[in-house]
Design a protein around this ligand. Sequence first.
Ligand code: ADQ
Length: 483
Amino acid sequence: MGKTIIISNRLPLQIHISENDLEVSPSVGGLATGLKSFHQEGDSIWIGWTGLAAEEIPDELEPQVAEKAKEQRCVAVSLTTEEIEKFYYGFSNRTIWPLFHYFMEYTEFDPEHWEAYKQVNQKYADAVLERVEDGDTIWVHDYQLLLLPQMIRDKNPNVTIGFFNHIPFPSYEVFRTLPWREEILTGMLGADLIGFHTYDYERHFLRSVNRILYYDINFNAVNLGDRIVKAGSFPMGIDYNKFRNAALEHQRQPSSENTEIQKKLDYHKYVSRGTPLILSIDRLDYTKGIANRIRAYGYFLEKYPEYQEKVRLVMLAVPSRTNVPQYQLLKKEIDELVGRINGRFATVNWTPIWYFYRSMPFDNLIDLYSASDVALITPIRDGMNLVAKEYIATRTDHTGVLILSEMAGSAHELNEALLINPNNFDQIVDSIKQALEMSKEEQVRRNKVMQKRLKRYNVEKWAREFMKSLKQTTITRNEIKTL
Ligand code: ADQ
C-alpha cells in the first residue's frame, strides 16, 4: 500500500520569521485540526503553502523552512506576493468564494486572476507529481485547488485521487454564470471521488456537470466514458474528545493566563453575577451574517426591554482576508454597529456587547464556549460550520442552547438546535428569548442527542469514511478495467 499525499492551500503549520529567526506553530483552522490526527498517524505527506510570501523568506532561511516543514512531513509550496494577490485574494476569494456562497454581487470575473489561478494550481500539481509513486493516494482539499485533480491525472492517469470541497457548491443557476465553468468542472472530475459536506451540495454539483458538460449521471456516478467519477456527502466532524477533555480540564482548572478574555469573564461572573452570556464566534466574513446578528441583538433589546442589563453578547471576530475590499468594509460596518448598539443601550454598569477582533489561543476558546449560555451562529451561507459543533461538544453538563442558521451545512446534523433563517429578524429575536428561557431539562435533552452524534461521527471517522469510499471507487474502477 502506498502513502497518502494531502494537499491543501495552507499547510497545518504557520511559520513566523523574526530577526532572521524561524518559529513554527500549528495552524488553528478547522481543516488543519481535523486532518492532523489522520496525518500524524498514517504514512502521509502534506503539501501546501506556509502563509508567507516567497519575498518574506530571506534566502539563507529557505533551507530551514524546508527542514522545519519536513520534520512534520510537510512540503512547502512557495508563492510570490503577486501570486498571493491574484490567485489567493483574487480568483479564490473574489470569484469562487463569493460565487459559491451565493454573493453574486461580490463576485469578480477577472481574466488575470483566472490565469494566476491556473498557474498556481499547476505549481501545486508539479509539487505532487514530483513526489507521487505508483499505489499512492492523493487527497486534494478545497476551492483554491479545483483544477488540481485533472492536472495530476493528465500526467499520471493511474493514480487514485480524492477531492473534498469545504464550502457549499451552488445551484446550477448560480454556478453557470462563471465564465470558466467548464474548466472548473473538468478540473474537479480529474478525481475518482468528490466529497461535499451535504447531499444538497453534491446534487448541485452533479446537476451542473450534467447541464454544462452533458455527461450522464447515474445516481451519484458521472460516466466520463473511459472513467466513472463518484460524488458523495461526508459531513465533516470535529475532534470531539479534544474539545470535551479540554472543557473538563477547564472545569478542574480554569486557564490561569490573565488575558483580556479571562479578565472579562471574571468580571462577568463576579460583578454581573453570571447573567446569561450569548456567544458569537467566526472569522470576520460576510458569509457569516455577523452584521445581521448584531442588528438582531439590538432589535432583541428593543423588543424585550426586560432583558436590558440582564444579558450580554460576547462577540469574537477573527481577522480574515484583510486585503479584500469587502472584508475591510464589513469590518467598518461591524465596528459602527457595535458602537451604535453599545452607545444606545449601555448603562454605567452594563455594556451590551463585548467585541474582540483577534484570534484566540485554544484555551480561551474553551473558556468562552464553557462560559456561554447561548451560542448565536447565524451564517447567511456556510459549508459546514465547525464552531457550532465545538460549542455543543464542550458543554460537559449538557446545558447551553445553540441557535443555528439553517443555511449552515451543520444544521442537517444539529436538528435539536433552535434553527433559524438568518434573514428573519423576528425569528432570531424570538429564538434568543426562547433560548434564554429554556428549562435546564430541555437544554440537556437537546444537547445530549447532538453530543452523541458528534462523538460518533468525529473528524477521524470523517477522514476514514472518505478514504474508505475512495478506495472502494478505485477497486470498482480496476474491476471494470479487467472485464
Ligand atoms: P471556516 O469558514 O473557517 O471553515 P468553521 O467551520 O467555523 O469556519 O471553522 C473555524 C475554525 O476556526 C474552528 O475550528 C474554530 O475553532 C477556529 N476558530 C474560530 N475562532 C477562533 C479564534 N478566535 N481563534 C482561534 N481559532 C478560532 C471552512 C468553511 C466551513 C467549514 C470548514 C471545514 O467555510 O463551512 O466548516 O471550512 O470544512
